[in-house]
Design a protein around this ligand. Structure first.
Ligand code: 3PY
Ligand code: MG
Length: 261
């Protein structure tokens, strides 16, 4: 599934994903059927447990959709069992320094390169794959994605860009706005300035750039202009809520003439 994404990125095409916050793996399968290139299975802000994450990855891989898992924190103890599930990528929240980025990559690499403990399961198709090859090069089979969502991270991007093994920088605009005192206001001038700076640094260091963009056309244009190639457009909760509200509103208004409550 990552090959599919790599191919598109290689051709200069954008890729599109959606966040998964619900527990039912059918949600991942459904979003895959909707055509998303990747899913962002979120263990940071949801009740998704390891068992749910595993089922979501299976749901995603039933189609052509890559499954990325956002771990709750940049902690090798939390990362290890997720890696053994064979995700297509791991998203590390709140990276603030080169040391943080090095720890994230190290958690993904077996010795002598890193500190990952050995017990791959689904990651080696339960032994059907060449296990020794995986122990040597397995970390190439999934992306190590670090989130830029704190002003400290932006200040340290030159050093972070020197950390080998990071595949993508993923902007978290909401927490980034919180780190400069304007939580939730992505349009605040200081946040916009930081986003421009991130775009420039990603271009300078030739790093693949992603973001939680939303799907508003004007905003998407701005992300595109900043060099973003990996777009996270929305998530299961938002999609359900907006479709549910639209359906209810249309029924009430069209037949009964009842306006919005
Ligand atoms: C953020 O915007 O803070 C994220 O982590 C993306 O949802
Ligand atoms: Mg965040």
């Amino acid at each position: 599934m990552l090959n599919h994404i790599r191919e598109k990125i290689g051709k200069g095409e954008p890729v599109f994903g959606a966040a998964v916050t619900m527990l039912d793996a059918g949600v991942s399968e459904m979003l895959g059927c909707a055509g998303f290139d990747f899913l962002w299975i979120d263990m940071e802000h949801t009740a998704i447990t390891k068992a749910h994450a595993l089922a979501h990855l299976m749901g995603a891989s039933s189609g052509r959709t890559a499954g990325f898992v956002r771990v709750p924190w940049n902690d090798p103890v939390l990362v290890k069992p997720v890696l053994d599930m064979g995700p297509d990528g791991v998203i590390f929240p709140f990276i603030r320094s080169a040391e943080d980025a090095r720890l994230a990559v190290s958690a993904c690499e077996y010795p002598p390169k890193g500190i990952r403990g050995c017990g791959p399961r689904r990651a080696v198709r339960y032994g059907a794959d060449d296990v020794m090859a995986y122990l040597r090069d397995g970390s190439r089979s999934f992306w190590k994605i670090i989130q830029i969502e704190h002003v400290d991270c932006v200040r340290n991007l030159d050093a972070i860009a020197q950390v080998p093994g990071v595949d993508c920088w993923m902007i978290g605009p909401t927490d980034l706005s919180g780190s400069v005192g304007c939580l939730g206001d992505e349009n605040a001038p200081e946040v916009q300035r930081l986003l421009d700076e991130i775009g420039a640094k990603a271009a300078q260091h030739r790093v693949l750039l992603g973001a939680f963009t939303g799907d508003d056309p004007a905003t998407l244009q701005r992300w595109k202009a900043r060099g973003v190639k990996v777009f996270t457009l929305g998530g299961d909760g938002g999609y359900l809520m907006s479709a549910a509200r639209a359906s209810l509103q249309q029924a009430r208004r069209s037949v009964w003439g009842i306006g919005q409550r």
